[in-house]
Design a protein around this ligand. Structure first.
Ligand code: THU
Length: 132
């Protein structure tokens, strides 16, 4: 884990402070670094209907793509609890859409040793299709 990756994790931790999670009380923050070096953050945004809840990772992706980003290098995910959380399946497929080949996933939580992974560790066989 290098200094830039720890900095990204700190940005994810800060983003978790904005979590809107009145139902689960499980605050998550994400910070994503794009290929041009820009960083966007996101947090989980829950909804009374539950099913409309948006995860922190997808919030971060949507923030960057909305400003023109298309390729990410690293994403850090922070859980405001004494545990690590691996990105959910929906987030993995969305992350895959914009992933650089050598992208990293950094996981952290309160009192937890940060973990460095590749997207393919979690999603070795993403959905792909030739829609042409
Ligand atoms: N959550 C995330 O933000 N990211 C994940 O990868 C898994 C789960 C959120 C959704 C919900 O607000 C809360 O964590 C509990 O599931």
């Amino acid at each position: 884990m290098n200094a830039d990756q720890l900095e990204l994790l700190a940005a994810a931790e800060a983003a978790a402070e904005n979590s809107y999670s009145p139902y689960s009380k499980f605050a998550v923050g994400a910070a994503i670094r794009w290929s041009d070096g820009a960083v966007d953050t996101g947090t989980n945004v829950e909804n009374l209907s539950y099913g409309l809840t948006l995860c922190a990772e997808r919030s971060a992706v949507v923030a960057g793509v909305s400003s023109g980003q298309r390729k990410w290098q690293e994403i850090a995910v922070w859980v405001a609890a004494e545990q690590l959380a691996f990105p959910c399946g929906a987030c993995l497929q969305v992350l895959n859409e914009f992933a650089a080949v050598d992208c990293h996933v950094i996981l952290g939580g309160k009192g937890q040793q940060p973990v460095l992974k590749h997207l393919t560790d979690f999603l070795p066989n993403p959905f792909t299709a030739d829609l042409g």
